[in-house]
Design a protein around this ligand. Structure first.
Ligand code: DGJ
Length: 732
């Protein structure tokens, strides 16, 4: 049993294989958080609650004259506004009388087998025999009638606990929700660092680590998407934690809209972490009888450092989040024409690129932006999803047939959520865009955003996408989204409901994605938002892979993919070999470095094959062969970061099969210096007692030696040296 309830003490204990999470309802019915960390059996940890009068803290009326009882100093399971706790709340409401209090007391609980699901929202599921369990704890505000269900999903084998919240108005008046966090976690003791992943377009998910200090540290997005600028994933780790030791908590929001992650160290040095959808402008009307469901947060704890934490997320996302035919199997190696042609292409050029690519071993052509309407630049035609017959004579079917005749599959780019002002769609339905009446909307990349909170807009998009996908043998869709959202105003919603729009947009998007992915179960969907601007678990529920960044420079990708690896598995990262000099940085790197970096993802190409020399083609042919040989290790292996591109002039990482029979070591040097020392790496994840053969070398090394003494190579003298070494367990 993963969930243990002590009814006498109203004590709730959630166990995973290596962790324990515990909270209790105290005598007043307040939910106090007791512990989350390394597994502890058979222990009520309420002895850790030490009431103290810190002064200037509120004492609930029920406590009488006891000044030591204060919600301001206790660790709370789901803190609310207005109850004498002055730290950031998880829930903020306005009651029918205008008051801003939710005094939630314990009411009841249920435990069920299996994992809860969330209506209209992506969430982890359990169909893998993991035997997940669900706990739902119900709290009530006796005055307003507000009911809050705290949902917990326990995935024992992967040390994952999910959290979500359902808020229900069982009262008689209209309640307004101003903040509904998905998870809140109070940690009473320890010295903590926060790790988060910031960035910008072309430079997403840059690792940053700093101390948690008094006051609030917050990251988030107000852009309507999870964003390039911050990722909805943070880690709290002991200030002495490393990749392979120490305590680490992760929290990741399964949501693709704006979010907020807050960490506060309070006057008692207790650390509170809140994670949820952005409350910026949130004003959700909850009339009597209505419910609101928050997105899900996925939390995990590792007592063995950051790599173990990443393994927990990677495993659960591959098995219990991604869906569809391509969830676990090898995806086709693709060539995408964007960096080869940009908007300037036609059927002949695509066929030529595909012909050369097929001969190299590439398995699919993806036709990128520019095939529809009269789109020759980014100023027009979004919304008009009909083929440009000047570029693609005869339409999609003949082109796809030609590509299929080469033995290749065909994929297509779309950007359904957007509209150009220069489009038939906009001319017919100017009120379908997000725009404030009487004000000209903000443009970004010359485009506006369709109002996906409107059912008729989503219906139009479903029909338009279905018409494209039904018109030819299309086996892959790259779903792009190329701007942040401003002008939050829907022509359909009444004034008092405009504060619901940011979330309604995301719900509309998820509904559309669900319909399309269910209608086309054999199509492989790749998510994209100007590269990795929406790289989040919400999107992974619909798209098992996401274009990681528009930056295809192998050296910069080391940092981007390093940051991405903390939460997201290699199989979710779309990564391509592009031409040199690189289009984003002007840097020239050897093909081997580009290839090794791209292989730590869904391998593909983004270049004009007709421009490749015979020698380059030869090398690519060999690399594609290797990818096919190594793919099961690359995607199924446990991922170990061996060095950081933010600290070392090289990056090394490895993947190790679960049975430790084989591993792949990858090294790419980002900057060279003269007369450098040998590169020395302590490998990870091997069987210490086994012997491993490295590549084609004669002789073997024990796993113990490779992990403890390490492995060294002579400092390379060529620029951006890269190597990939297969380790195979030696069998006598
Ligand atoms: C942004 C994407 O990230 C690129 O790969 C490409 O598809 C362009 N959009 C096309 O407009």
């Amino acid at each position: 049993m993963a969930i243990i309830i002590d009814d006498v003490n109203r004590l709730f204990t959630l166990h995973t294989q290596n962790t324990t999470y515990q909270f209790k309802a105290d005598s007043f019915g307040f939910l106090l958080h007791l512990y989350y960390g390394k597994r502890i059996d058979n222990q009520n940890m309420d002895y850790l609650i030490i009431p103290v009068d810190r002064g200037f803290s509120g004492n609930p009326n029920d406590a009488g004259d006891d000044r030591t009882y204060s919600l301001d100093t206790f660790p709370l399971e789901y803190p609310t506004e207005g109850t004498g706790d002055f730290r950031p709340p998880a829930l903020a409401v306005t009651n029918p009388d205008g008051s801003r209090i939710a005094d939630l007391r314990y009411h009841t609980y249920t435990v069920v087998d299996g994992k809860y699901s969330l209506p209209g929202l992506p969430a982890l599921y359990d169909d893998t025999g993991e035997a997940a369990e669900t706990l739902v704890v119900t709290l009530r505000d006796a005055v307003s009638g507000l009911e809050v269900e705290l949902m917990y999903g326990v995935f024992s084998k992967t040390d994952i606990i999910t959290r979500a919240v359902r808020v229900h108005n069982a009262g008689t008046g209209n309640i307004t929700l101003r903040r509904v966090m998905s998870a809140s976690l109070d940690i009473q003791y320890g010295q903590w660092d926060i790790i988060h992943f910031h960035g910008r377009h072309n430079m997403e998910r840059q690792f940053e680590r700093g101390s948690v200090t008094h006051g609030i540290t917050a990251v988030g997005s107000r852009r309507g998407t999870s964003s390039h600028q911050h990722n909805p994933f943070i880690i709290l780790c002991g200030n002495d934690a490393t990749e392979y030791s120490g305590s680490c908590y992760g929290v990741n929001l399964v949501y693709s809209g704006g979010f907020l992650a807050q960490v506060e160290q309070d006057q008692n040095n207790l650390v509170r972490m809140n994670m949820g959808m952005s409350d910026d402008g949130l004003n959700w009307q909850l009339p009597p009888g209505d419910s609101f469901v928050s997105p899900e947060a996925v939390i995990s704890f590792s007592s063995n450092g950051l790599s173990q934490l990443s393994h927990n997320y990677h495993t659960v996302y591959r098995n219990n989040l991604c869906r569809g035919k391509y969830k676990l199997c090898r995806r086709p190696i693709i060539i995408n024409n964007w960096e080869a042609t940009y908007f300037d292409f036609d059927s002949d050029m695509l066929t030529q690129i595909a012909t050369d690519a097929a001969e190299l071993g590439v398995e699919m052509l993806v036709m990128d932006d520019g095939w529809f309407g009269k789109r020759d630049s980014d100023t027009s035609s979004l919304g008009d999803w009909t083929v440009n017959l000047d570029k693609i004579p005869g339409g999609l079917a003949p082109l796809v047939e030609q590509i299929n005749a080469l033995g290749m599959k065909f994929g297509i780019w779309v950007e359904p959520e957007m509209v150009s002002e220069d489009s038939d769609l906009y001319r017919a339905h100017p009120d379908w865009v997000l725009a404030v009446p009487g004000r000209a909307p903000v443009r970004s990349r010359c485009q506006l955003v369709l109002d996906l909170s409107r059912a008729e807009v989503c219906d139009y998009l479903f029909d338009a996408m279905a018409a494209v996908l039904d018109s030819a043998n299309i086996e892959y869709v790259k779903w792009d989204m190329n701007r942040s959202i401003s002008d939050w105003y829907s022509h359909l919603l009444p004034a008092e409901r405009q504060g619901e729009l940011m979330h309604r947009y995301v719900l509309g998007l998820y509904h559309l994605l669900e319909r399309i992915t269910q209608r086309y179960p054999d199509v492989l969907f790749e998510g994209c938002s100007g590269g990795g601007g929406r790289f989040d678990p919400g999107m992974l529920f619909y798209h098992p892979l996401i274009w990681c960044s528009d930056n295809t420079d192998a050296i910069e990708r080391l940092k981007i993919q390093y940051g991405t690896s903390f939460a997201y598995p290699v199989s979710s990262v779309s990564s391509h070999v592009s031409a040199v000099p690189n289009h984003q940085t002007g840097r020239t790197t050897p093909l081997l470095a580009r290839s090794i970096v791209a292989m730590s993802g869904n391998y593909g190409f983004e270049l004009d094959t007709t421009m490749l020399s015979a020698a380059e083609k030869n090398e690519i042919r060999g690399q594609i062969k290797l990818y096919k040989q190594y793919q099961h290790i690359l995607h199924n292996g446990l991922y170990y970061r061996l060095s950081s591109p933010f600290e070392q002039p090289y990056t090394a990482w490895m993947m190790v099969l679960a049975d430790q029979s084989a591993a792949l070591l990858n090294i790419v040097v980002s900057s060279q210096s003269a007369n450098a020392s040998p590169l020395h790496l302590q490998l990870k994840g091997l069987d210490p007692d086994a012997s491993y053969q490295l590549g084609e070398e004669d002789g073997t090394y024990t796993g113990a030696a490779l992990m403890s003494a390490g492995f060294a190579i002579q400092a390379p003298t060529e620029e951006h040296y890269a190597c990939q070494i297969l380790l195979q367990r030696h069998v006598e």
